[in-house]
Ligand binder design. Structure first.
Ligand code: MG
Length: 158
């Protein structure tokens, strides 16, 4: 069995636009400031997608879904992640699992962790786990200017 690993990273800044909705791992966090982005700015789904694409040697999310393309304006990133998983399978790889580390001072992820894992796992068709980490006040994330996410994916040749 040929196993490959991929790494994904993404970061989005908080928006001051009160109409932006915060979506993390396909789950809406009511009452929280949204993130700036061409799509719904789901930083967790984006990091997962990049990890999977990297594992399959398929480049990155920007190549597959250019932010200059109006088709992806306001896009549901869970839909993009579902499409990425299909492209990974189309390239002959089966996703094994994806593990994410979300770095943010807010919101608290724990109450929505199960819901995020469920939505992400459904999109990928394999287990996706989510961990929350504080930045301990350090740097831009620590100043609550945005949210970052690291992800690692494993795929095997199918
Ligand atoms: Mg992104």
């Amino acid at each position: 069995m040929k196993v490959r690993v991929g790494q994904g990273f993404d970061v989005h800044a908080f928006s001051t636009d009160a109409d932006r909705v915060l979506v993390l791992g396909g789950v809406v966090f009511d009452g929280e400031p949204g993130l700036i982005g061409h799509s719904d700015a789901d930083v967790v789904a984006h990091a997962c997608a990049d990890a999977l694409l990297g594992a399959a040697g398929l480049g990155d999310i920007g190549q597959h879904f250019p932010d200059t393309d109006p088709r992806w304006s306001g896009a549901d990133s869970i839909g993009l992640l579902t499409e990425v998983a299909q492209r990974v399978r189309g390239a002959g790889f089966e996703p094994g699992n994806v593990d994410c580390a979300v770095v943010c001072e807010r919101p608290k992820l724990a109450p929505q962790r199960e819901a995020m894992q469920l939505r992400l796992s459904e999109a990928v068709g394999a287990p996706v786990t989510v961990k929350g980490n504080r930045a301990e006040g350090l740097g831009a994330i620590g100043r609550v200017e945005g949210i970052a996410c690291f992800a690692v994916a494993v795929v095997s040749a199918s």
